[in-house]
Design a protein around this ligand. Structure first.
Ligand SMILES: [Zn+2]
Length: 78
């Protein structure tokens, strides 16, 4: 299914395109709404702890991530 495109690695918003990412931990009791995690495109249901990740130069692009998705994203595999 995947199209045969070369994976040109260009910086995305989570790789510093809009500066450093501020990561804040949202506790379950603070999670009052459901969000969609950009790492896996699945819901983060309300009352689930997760991260809020905010590019410092584009704070309106803040997104909510599952803990696991964000942690996996930041691990550089070689
Ligand atoms: Zn996720």
């Amino acid at each position: 299914m995947a199209p045969k495109t070369k994976r040109a690695k260009k910086p995305g918003i989570w790789d510093g395109l809009y500066g450093e990412i501020q990561v804040k931990r949202v506790q379950p009791y603070e999670a009052l709404k459901a969000y969609v995690c950009p790492g896996c495109n699945r819901d983060i249901p309300e009352k689930m702890g997760h991260y809020v990740c905010v590019p410092v130069e584009a704070t309106d692009l803040r997104r909510h991530w599952h803990y696991a998705c964000w942690d996996r994203r930041t691990v550089v595999t070689s």
